[in-house]
Design a protein around this ligand. Structure first.
Ligand code: BTN
Length: 243
């Protein structure tokens, strides 16, 4: 995979988008930033990362060959690749918290933000943004956050971690067009945090309800068996899974 290393930029996702705009025939490329000035997270949040300790990168993936309605499959495959890659470093209890937070021992150690370029109804490129906390020691304002270091007590060489993750990602992306949606989702569900366990969910108005995660759709909606024994589907804007 091509690798571009940059010092300080706003966001590797934005950089990747520009790169694709300039050259539609660009190969799969990873953009790694030493520092992001405006790192973005899911649900309009910002992504903060201590300089020199962690990994913040994006993989520009042109022409992923999946219908826009099934774009969650890419997200599921990326989450599974990260878990598989991180397993090689012996981290405890690695799980994916829907939709795509990576947890180790219940601490969020990585986040994924996938942004798509859609032209005339077709997915022309996906930008897979990944923030992984590697050696950061403290997360004063984020009680649920952690790093590879905080969960294992060991420090890691970020470049070595990146090499392993990019290798896993490349393998998964190569497989993507040959795998059925059911197989990709099964692999994702096998790693899902609180799958099949009674859990609490929060709506945007802060009200809560309990239910059991029963599945995930190729479009990304979470299927929850609610207390009245109904299977209900929720998208990212409708609910948040509480810890
Ligand atoms: C989340 O909220 O969990 C997703 C975080 C994604 C952060 C990464 S860091 C590299 C890439 N560039 C960005 O601006 N965001 C993603």
């Amino acid at each position: 995979m091509h690798l571009i290393k940059v010092n300080a930029i706003n966001s590797t996702n934005s950089f990747a988008r520009e790169l694709f705009k300039e050259n539609k025939a660009v190969p799969v490329t990873c953009i790694l930033a030493k520092k992001q000035l405006q790192g973005r997270g899911q649900r309009g949040t910002t992504w903060e990362s201590e300089e020199g300790q962690n990994l913040t990168f994006s993989v520009l993936y042109p022409h992923p060959g999946i219908p826009p309605a099934n774009q969650f499959l890419l997200s599921a495959a990326v989450a599974a690749a990260l878990v598989q890659g991180l397993q090689k470093f012996g981290l405890p209890k690695l799980k994916v918290k829907w939709p795509n937070d990576i947890l180790s021992a219940n601490n969020k150690i990585a986040g994924i933000l996938i942004e798509n370029v859609i032209t005339e109804g077709q997915l022309t490129a996906s930008i897979i943004g990944i923030g992984l906390n590697v050696n950061q020691e403290q997360f004063p304002h984020l009680p649920a956050a952690g790093s590879m270091y905080t969960v294992s007590g060991k420090k890691y060489e970020p470049q070595e971690v990146l090499d392993v993750l990019l290798n896993e990602l490349e393998n998964r992306l190569d497989l993507l067009s040959n795998q059925s949606a059911a197989a990709i989702l099964q692999d994702y569900k096998d790693r899902l945090f609180r799958f099949g366990i009674p859990s609490t969910f929060e709506r945007p108005d802060a009200s809560r309800f309990t239910g059991i995660i029963a599945g995930v759709k190729a479009s990304g909606e979470l299927i929850v068996r609610t207390e009245d024994d109904l299977l209900q589907e929720f998208d990212l804007k409708e609910i948040k899974l509480c810890y």
